[in-house]
Ligand binder design. Structure first.
Ligand SMILES: C[S@@+](CC[C@H](N)C(=O)[O-])C[C@H]1O[C@@H](n2cnc3c(N)ncnc32)[C@H](O)[C@@H]1O
Length: 430
């Protein structure tokens, strides 16, 4: 396919997402199935165009003065790819499968449109209804934080210390140009390919043999901040697919016991294969029978209960730009309820002198500081540990810079730490 035809395809897919209100991944996949002549490179490039346009949807529409799929794509060509007007005019030629010629108004907006008077939610590309929540957390930096959440994310890897060290992984993946991540001592960052795609990893021996796992540095830091020690009894209450379970197991050097649980058994399904590949031997998977996992024997016995709570995922919008336009206020309410539930459950399993580490991949105070403040009001035996102490204990004193100003815990964001957005807090039991 010629580059201009890829643009037409991206416009078509964006229209499908908009009119049928369907997930971007489904629309992209269906387009591929219906256009089998398109090769894998074409499909990847088209998906890249669609995701870039979704990342900058609100600001692109503002710049172009309309919110049609064509306008949103045009805006993103300017904002994400920085294409000059004459290059865009050459692509929008109206010939063959190329998009129709640019109108004079489009040319003028493409050249001169600005975000100077745009509200934070438009300049920062997040839903308007979240404007008060973003202002509360980020104040005057709301737009800048949103913009960083709208950027392309690099591909981060966690080196599995049970299988080797960072130097070994760097050597094995040298052709993909890995760099050590700034904070996580076992993180590697792979640059994106020129078209914005992540380097293909699944066929790499280092991945197949479990030396590296895909995990954003923020996620690695959440596990590190839990500072689980070899020999401890750890309950990973919301273990899901086991991303953090694997990191905790490596930090514990396979010594002690991790109980990996989740109230949705289907989510735990990938964990067995992942544990095997990573050579993890200190994890017991406790799948629920019915809606509740059987954990009675752990009551009051755990050194650490790790709560990787269900959340809106606002911190992962770089990887999932579609999600930010789909999230509704009702979903936030629902997550808050679940977060209260998981914290109350966690409290039952901590032993005296033990701790809960609560984490979310959301930047919103409603899912973070507010939940902890409410929890502490109702659970007099628990105290929040100062963020600086938690960071030092984990061997990451520099993370104290990210201490929250709205309550206990610390917050990572793409703008401040270059990671996905995460919140982490430690609660100690007397
Ligand atoms: C953020 S995800 C976990 C991701 C996982 N820890 C990882 O690192 O790959 C949150 C998980 O919490 C689970 N969950 C929701 N409510 C729960 C509850 N009341 N008890 C236990 N797990 C719950 C969800 O099924 C979901 O798998």
């Amino acid at each position: 396919m010629i580059p201009a035809a890829r643009l037409s395809a991206a416009i078509e897919i964006l229209a499908d997402i908009e009119t049928r209100r369907r997930p971007a991944a489904d629309a992209v996949k269906d387009w591929g199935l219906a256009h089998r002549f398109a090769g894998s490179k074409d499909r990847a490039a088209i998906a890249g165009l669609v995701y870039d346009a979704l990342r900058r949807k609100a600001s692109s529409a503002w710049i172009m003065g309309e919110d049609t799929p064509r306008a949103v794509l045009l805006g993103s060509l300017r904002q994400v790819q920085g294409l000059p007007l004459d290059a865009v005019e050459a692509l929008f030629s109206g010939e063959g499968h190329a998009p129709a010629l640019l109108s004079d108004a489009e040319k003028q907006r493409y050249r001169d449109g600005t975000l100077d008077d745009a509200p934070a939610s438009v300049a920062g590309d997040f839903p308007q209804w979240l404007e008060p929540a973003f202002q509360r957390v980020f104040g005057a930096l709301a737009a800048a934080e949103g913009e960083a959440l709208a950027a392309r994310a690099p591909l981060d890897l966690r080196v599995n210390l049970l299988k080797g060290d960072r130097a070994k992984a760097i050597k094995a993946l040298a052709h993909l140009k890995p760099e050590p991540t700034p904070y996580s001592p076992f993180g590697l960052r792979l640059p994106l390919l020129p078209d914005g795609r992540a380097a293909p990893l699944v066929a790499e021996a280092a991945y197949v043999k479990g030396l590296v796992e895909v995990q954003d540095e923020g996620s690695q830091l959440a596990a590190l901040l839990a500072h689980a020690k070899p020999g401890e009894q750890v309950l990973d209450l919301c273990a899901g697919g086991g991303g953090k379970t694997l990191a905790l197991a490596a930090l514990m050097n396979n010594k002690g016991q991790i109980y990996a649980s989740d109230n949705d058994g289907r989510r735990l399904a990938p964990i067995h294969e992942r544990l095997k590949r990573a050579d993890v031997r200190n994890v017991q998977v406790r799948a629920p029978r019915g809606r509740v996992a059987k954990l009675d024997d752990l009551e009051g016995r755990c050194d650490l209960v790790f709560v990787d709570a269900p959340c809106t995922g606002t911190g992962t919008w770089r990887r999932n730009p579609d999600a930010k336009w789909r999230i509704r206020p009702g979903a936030l309410e629902e997550r808050i309820k679940q977060q209260n539930e998981t914290l109350a459950t966690a409290a039952r399993y901590v032993k005296p002198g033990g701790r809960i580490v609560y984490a979310t991949c959301s930047v919103l105070a409603e899912e973070n500081e507010d939940r902890i403040t409410d929890f502490l009001k109702e659970n007099a035996g628990f105290q929040a540990r100062p963020a600086g102490d938690m960071a030092r204990e984990a061997g990451l004193p520099m993370l104290a810079d990210f201490a929250s100003t709205l309550g206990p815990g610390l917050r990572l964001t793409p703008r401040t730490s270059g990671t996905d957005g995460f919140y982490v807090v430690e609660l100690t039991r007397e």
